[in-house]
Design a protein around this ligand. Structure first.
Ligand SMILES: [Zn+2]
Length: 605
């Protein structure tokens, strides 16, 4: 091309200059178009780069409650802060703290038949890791599986049968035995909490003699998320349980066979004599954080919410911190990084967009690997926006797009979501498959509340929860299509025109029954403490303030319900209405005290 100059004030323009001019114009247009691509390339590189940083050795596998876990929180927080999104209710700044017990030490323990010369041999019983501390001497009662589900018309005991007693129950509820009872109601945690709420003093758990797997698990118990169960709980050998029951007429096998033949709950069976049980427990307390921010919606639709979440933690080096490093590149550095990138993309693509739009909550959960600690915390806290949640989408393991297929787990319950995601996937060169199954994950914490929740997933693989889940094995070529598909799909989910089906779990008995409609005006601590929950703060002008409660007090009981952890607290509140006057037992400076509180309506901003 002949030499050309482009200054505007020269004599009439020659042919070559015209050609030059057109080229410049094309170049300008080209340059104008180019910014999109570099951002995609930049985002592609950025997502993979962030996965590498989260899966790097210095993150030490990002276990909650460890220095590596804290470094990961700081990294995600820095990335999130750079986006300058709106704050999310329930978070202070970008963080929401929660405490948990990574380790519990059960010490100094005795189980003896009252009057017997020798206590039981340690091989015959063991305190459960989540046991509460306590010294109990009381008569015992056998309650079968210890299930009392009034809605399912299955009552293995009445409150009067267990009050002041040691309850003996069988750990494993046979699948399908109580068809109408929700799985959440049958968990060991829930059954133990239910007898405790009825006033039981301690619980002994025996493995079903029909469950061959059982025997090796005697000492294991519920997860650390619940802190302690609020009363002494121990596993008992089937041989000992059988000998106790023989004294009341017939042994363990006979009792359970009778029950399964009748397919009807059998009445509680008091056992002769008394049991002496004492358990001392020391809980190590650790803390971690959820990180969260919001992209507010527009118009009236902004009152409705969609939550997209991804857990930032992984296994670290195992519970004792001495095992091999688990980088957790796919699980779940991939989901964490993609969600940060999409937060950036949506902030830009939604800015200034006309029309009504739901609000978007973006949360990076902590402690998922230790039992959904962070998402349970958020679900338990239930900030106002959660009451207006239309959908929860969980990003977990999105780094191994093996066969160009993105899975929407739990999507079979949401046919309304499939066309949008399918179209966005296609546009990005992806297949999308909706499935019915919904494995464990943070979305479960919201399904348990009866909220609609799904999970995006690229599929299981042999490196799952292994030291080999490294950044090198991430399918980087799959990251960009997934990012594009989700950047295209999520705005359609925010469109109020999309009617999202209610959560399936709504039909089942939610974890704690009816929603909480009342409040007393305290900010409860989330971890059990001295057999109750700490009062972290008291709202000015609240019923709690009028009742004389102060920060630092420990709430022990509310009305007729003992309160050993946050679940008990919300469970108790669900049983009362505004205006009711309740006795409240609490500890101040080690002294047990009582006051009366008048419940108030729970205000929703
Ligand atoms: Zn995961």
């Amino acid at each position: 091309m002949p030499e050309t100059s482009l200054s505007p004030n020269r004599a009439p323009v020659s042919h070559s200059l015209r050609v030059g001019g057109c080229f410049a114009l094309l170049l300008a247009v080209g340059l104008l178009c180019w910014p999109v691509q570099p951002r995609a390339a930049q985002s592609e590189g950025a997502v993979e780069a962030l996965i590498r940083r989260l899966a790097a050795p210095e993150m030490d596998g990002r276990r909650a409650g460890t220095p590596g876990g804290e470094r990961a929180v700081e990294l995600v927080e820095r990335e999130l802060a750079a986006l300058g999104l709106a704050p999310l209710e329930g978070f202070s700044g970008l963080r929401q703290e929660f405490e948990f017990h990574p380790h519990s030490m059960v010490t100094g323990e005795t189980l003896r038949l009252a009057g017997a010369a020798r206590p039981l041999d340690p091989t015959d019983w063991q305190a459960l890791a989540a046991s509460g501390a306590g010294r109990v001497t009381a008569p015992a009662v056998f309650c079968g599986y210890g299930l009392r589900d009034v809605a399912a018309d299955w009552r293995e005991y009445e409150p009067a049968d267990v009050v002041g007693r040691v309850v003996l129950l069988v750990r494993q509820v046979p699948e399908g035995l109580v068809a109408d009872s929700a799985p959440q109601a049958q968990t060991l945690e829930r059954r133990v909490a239910a007898v405790r709420e009825c006033g039981a003093r301690a619980v002994l758990v025996v493995d079903s003699p029909f469950d061959l797997q059982a025997a090796r698990l005697r000492g294991e118990g519920p997860d650390p998320a619940l802190g302690d169960l609020g009363l002494p709980v121990a596993g008992l050998s089937a041989a000992w349980a059988d000998s106790l029951l023989q004294q009341a007429g017939s042994g363990l096998k006979a009792q359970l066979s009778r029950l399964s033949r009748a397919k009807r709950a059998q009445p509680a069976r008091p056992l002769p004599g008394e049991l002496e049980l004492s358990i001392r427990v020391e809980h190590e307390t650790a803390r971690s954080w959820n990180l969260g921010a919001a992209l507010p919606g527009t118009g009236a639709a902004a009152r409705r919410w969609v939550l997209v979440g991804a857990h930032h933690d992984h296994l670290g080096r195992g519970a004792d911190g001495l095992g091999p490093l688990h980088p957790g590149a796919d699980d779940n550095a991939s989901g964490t990084a993609l969600l940060l990138q999409l937060a950036r993309d949506l902030r830009e693509s939604l800015a200034g967009q006309a029309g009504e739009r739901r609000s978007l909550a973006l949360v990076w959960f902590g402690g998922e690997e230790l039992g959904r600690l962070g998402s349970r915390r958020l679900a338990g806290e239930s900030p106002a926006w959660l009451d207006s949640l239309d959908l929860m989408i969980n990003f977990d393991m999105l780094g191994r797009l093996e066969n160009q297929t993105l899975l929407l787990l739990g999507g079979a319950e949401h046919p309304e979501l499939q066309p949008g995601l399918g179209a966005a996937g296609l546009a990005a060169g992806l297949q999308v498959r909706a499935t019915g199954e919904s494995p464990g994950g943070d979305h479960e914490s919201f399904r348990a509340l009866g909220l609609p929740a799904v999970m995006l997933f690229t599929g299981a693989h042999e490196d799952y929860h292994k030291p080999t889940d490294t950044a090198e094995r991430i399918h980087s070529a799959g990251l960009e299509p997934i990012r594009r598909a989700l950047a295209g799909w999520l705005p359609t989910v925010l469109d109020p025109g999309l009617r999202i089906a209610a959560g399936q779990a709504a039909a089942a008995v939610p974890e704690g029954g009816s929603p909480v409609r009342v409040a007393i005006g305290i900010v409860p601590g989330y971890e059990g403490h001295s057999g109750g929950i700490p009062v972290q703060d008291v709202k000015p002008g609240s019923a709690a303030e009028r009742a004389g409660l102060r920060p630092g007090d420990v709430l022990l009981a509310l009305g007729r319900f003992p309160v050993a952890n946050i679940h008990d607290y919300t469970f108790a509140l669900r049983h009362y209405v505004a205006g009711e006057e309740l006795p409240v037992a609490y500890l101040r400076d080690g002294q047990r005290r009582q006051t009366t509180v008048r419940l108030e309506e729970r205000i929703r901003p």
